[in-house]
Design a protein. Structure first.
Length: 559
């Protein structure tokens, strides 16, 4: 039995109710379960070896990340942040690769196939210098067909029985086969090239056509030398973090690559310091990405905060800078000064950076902590609930911090609203502050995230009321729906209080809905909730308008 539902037995037409067998029992009123809005999904924005540009891609594991976005880069933190997310408890994230789309180019080459030497244009699946490593090997076959073998690092693809001309009567159309979005190539796309001038062009030192050594794609460019802060968050162009605007389930955002690693030489040996810049550029060893100064890095982070505030359903996990004003690792004063740039309950700041394991003492590899924190948030959401503060657990893939902080520095940072990461019986996050004003009722990250989760749940379950006529009956129905959501949250431990009256209150009557508001299509629902200690009783005003459901503070300010 479920609740007040009643059951009835469908009559047996034979009348033999007492005979052995299977009886079918039907619920007259079937109970409906609640689908809880996810809170453990992170969004990451940064620099990757390959992958689609400015497009959010769902990733369910670090192996999948590497398959889509490539190996970790020495001049980017994105891969390490995503790896830390999964290692610390994350299950799903969305990743956006950024670059300057005006400069990013996909590598390509023309390959002659068949006796008629028809050129087939082969292009890397997405922009980047990674495509310059793709080899194309053509093998003639019977009946005027050919096989195409593609090699890139440890990945090999072989496509057999391909037609050597667009109108070939037997072979498979290479365009249809390799370009299929589901079963096609993971490395390239192809098209026929009818331009006769291609016969006179050479590719990587070889004439166009079949070569025992294969043909290398060429011309790929990463589009990172001209990288600008707006590529991390331009709303009109849907660049960077704004690509996550299309993904409703994201609840936290990390942009680790607003800072540039100290290694600026890519995956090749660093040239001698005395080598002139022209020599470095000619060797292809110049910095592979633009280096942001502190003001540009702050602009990137501010764009992320604005995105979270505008969306109203996610928080920004920000990293303090790696280096301070004196050129050494950022200290307490540097972190506090960086914190002073922002004021928002939709963001939290973390300091200092984290040392990765398996590194020699002479070459400590540091990464920003936001990827670890996102994984810690997901772990708490999935094991306890979104009300759990993302702090206290020993972090995986962390052996030390960039700087050691004492108790006095820890206290100063905590008072300023900077969340501290310390090496105490492992590496642990020991802070839970947002970047709002001191004393704000949304000054704790777990309270902010709990409120966002409840707002989202209420908005989802009351969305249908937008199409209903205003009146006392709709007010009663809204109050009932909101109470159901809050009672479910209380029973799952998200709210403090032994009874519903202690945990929450809901008012959606004429006292909060004057006739003038009802006439305009607005219905307000005044909600009070008691988050887990030490938070106090919080009051939120949910307003249903013809455009949807949103949350306001009682004074009218958006929360």
């Amino acid at each position: 039995m479920h609740g007040d539902s009643t059951t009835s037995v469908r009559p047996d037409p034979s009348g033999r109710h007492h005979s052995p067998g299977v009886q079918m029992e039907w619920l007259d009123t079937a109970p409906q379960g609640r689908t809880v809005v996810p809170t453990d999904v992170a969004g990451f924005v940064g620099v990757a070896e390959r992958g689609p540009l400015h497009s959010a891609v769902r990733v369910d594991g670090f192996g999948q990340f590497q398959g889509v976005f490539g190996a970790p880069l020495r001049y980017a933190y994105l891969a390490s942040a995503v790896e830390a997310f999964f290692a610390n408890g994350g299950n799903r994230c969305w990743v956006v690769r950024v670059a300057n789309p005006d400069d990013a180019i996909a590598a390509s080459a023309a390959v002659m196939v068949g006796e008629a030497r028809v050129p087939l244009m082969v292009t890397a699946g997405n922009p980047g210098t990674w495509g310059n490593k793709i080899e194309c090997h053509v093998r003639p076959a019977l009946g005027g067909t050919f096989s195409l073998e593609l090699r890139c690092g440890g990945v090999r693809e072989t496509w057999r029985g391909l037609a050597s001309t667009p109108d070939h009567p037997v072979g498979r159309d290479p365009i249809a086969v390799l370009n299929d979005p589901v079963t096609g190539s993971r490395l390239v796309t192809v098209r026929w090239w009818a331009d006769d001038t291609v016969h006179t062009v050479g590719v990587v030192g070889h004439p166009l056509g079949y070569s025992a050594d294969g043909v290398l794609l060429t011309g790929g460019a990463d589009g990172l030398a001209g990288l600008r802060p707006e590529h991390f968050g331009a709303e009109q162009a849907r660049w960077g973090v704004e690509a996550l605007d299309l993904v409703d389930e994201v609840s936290m955002v990390s942009v680790p690559d607003c800072f540039s690693p100290p290694v600026q030489w890519g995956d090749v040996a660093k040239p001698r310091p005395c080598a002139p810049k022209s020599t470095v550029d000619r060797m292809g060893l110049g910095p592979p990405r633009a280096v942001f100064d502190p003001e540009e890095a702050a602009r990137v982070q501010q764009a992320v905060v604005w995105h979270c505030e505008r969306r109203g359903d996610r928080v920004a996990l920000l990293d303090a800078p790696r280096d301070g004003a004196d050129g050494l690792f950022a200290g307490t004063a540097d972190a506090i000064a960086w914190r002073a740039r922002f004021t928002s309950s939709y963001a939290a700041l973390y300091h200092p950076w984290i040392v990765l394991p398996d590194r020699t003492p002479s070459e400590r590899t540091l990464i920003p902590p936001s990827g670890h924190v996102a994984g810690l948030c997901a772990l708490g959401d999935n094991t306890i609930g979104v009300h759990k503060a993302p702090a206290g657990h020993a972090l995986q893939l962390a052996i030390d911090t960039a700087v050691d902080l004492d108790e006095v520095e820890h206290g100063d940072l905590n008072h300023a609203g900077v969340n501290v990461v310390r090496a105490v019986r492992g590496v642990r996050v020991l802070g839970n502050r947002t970047m709002t004003e001191q004393g704000s009722w949304l000054g704790q990250l777990n309270v902010r995230r709990l409120l966002l989760a409840l707002e989202e749940q209420i908005a989802v379950e009351t969305a249908w009321t937008v199409f209903e006529a205003n009146g006392p009956s709709l007010c009663d129905e809204l109050e009932r729906l909101v109470r159901n959501v809050l009672e479910d949250a209380r029973r799952r431990g998200l709210l403090a209080g032994a009874t519903p009256d202690e945990a929450y209150s809901v008012h959606c009557d004429e006292s909060v809905n004057p006739p003038a508001d009802l006439a305009e299509g607005r219905i307000a629902c005044l909600i009070g909730i008691r988050p887990p200690p030490p938070a106090e009783f919080l009051v939120v005003r949910m307003v249903r308008t013809p455009a949807g459901v949103l949350a306001e503070q009682p004074g009218g300010e958006h929360v």
